[in-house]
Ligand binder design. Structure first.
Ligand code: Z5A
Length: 206
């Protein structure tokens, strides 16, 4: 059986990931592709508990390394229990964020050493990496405005704008370094415009 394709979707706050995921799901199902849609941090019972711990507000300061290690603990559970089995069964996997988010948020945002993240990525998921990553790129003020309208901000969303500016630059640097894997989507367009860009890439993949 052919291994499935692994697609991840990344972007800053309010960039439109959830909206885009709904479109990608519908489009791929129409093409007869069996798709598993999941998210990080999360995607399994245990990883979802780690997600809640990571996104809740706490009295105690969350140490940046503890945050990074929890992201990777959730990821290990997710990769071993959900992502790898699905790919091995020939299913396509669509993941709302993956390790690029750890580089962007904990590496560029929190300024943890990239070499440490490289090492964790190698230990936690080895060669299990996305074949294609959509990066929804959007001005951070616009994205935050959209996110604020939707619901109360979680612990990470409550960071300073300088943090989100570093995250955005981090994502763009990673996309520039791996143009074969990343597809940068102009998320400032209206929903129909974003969907047209996504569809163009998906048609080429199929
Ligand atoms: N995190 C991390 O630090 N390290 C890691 O390794 C991982 C994650 C894996 C959880 O992410 C947090 O974990 C995240 C990074 C961190 N923290 N932050 N901050 P998440 O993905 O669950 O949550 P999120 O980043 O906060 O996503 P979001 O706010 O849910 O945004 P979204 O899914 O990209 O946006 P949306 O819900 O599709 O759209 C937002 C609103 O805009 C909504 O009302 C839409 O109708 C509207 N929208 C969408 N598209 C458009 C367009 N094109 N035009 C106009 N309006 C639009």
């Amino acid at each position: 059986m052919n291994r499935g394709r692994f697609i991840s979707i990344e972007g800053g706050e309010g960039a439109g990931k959830s909206t885009s995921i709904a479109f990608i799901q519908t489009f791929l199902l129409q093409q007869g592709i069996e798709l598993l849609s999941t998210r990080e941090p999360g995607g399994t019972e245990i990883a979802e508990k780690i997600r809640a711990l990571l996104l809740e507000h706490h009295q105690e300061k969350v140490d940046p390394y503890a945050e990074l290690l929890l992201m990777f603990a959730a990821r290990r559970q997710h990769v071993s229990q959900v992502i790898e089995p699905a790919l091995a069964q020939g299913k396509w996997v669509l993941c709302d964020r993956f390790t690029d988010a750890s580089y962007a948020y904990q590496g560029y945002g929190r300024q943890l050493p990239m070499a440490f993240i490289d090492e964790l990525a190698r230990w936690v998921h080895g060669d299990t990496n996305p074949d294609c990553t959509f990066l929804l790129d959007l001005d951070i003020e616009v994205g935050m405005g959209r996110a604020r309208q939707r619901n109360a901000l979680d612990r990470i969303e409550s960071e300073q704008m300088s943090f989100f500016a570093a995250v955005r630059q981090g994502y763009l640097s990673r996309a520039a370094a791996e143009p074969g894997r990343f597809r940068v989507i102009d998320a400032s367009q209206d929903i129909a415009g974003v969907e047209a860009q996504l569809q163009g890439v998906l048609e080429a993949m199929i």
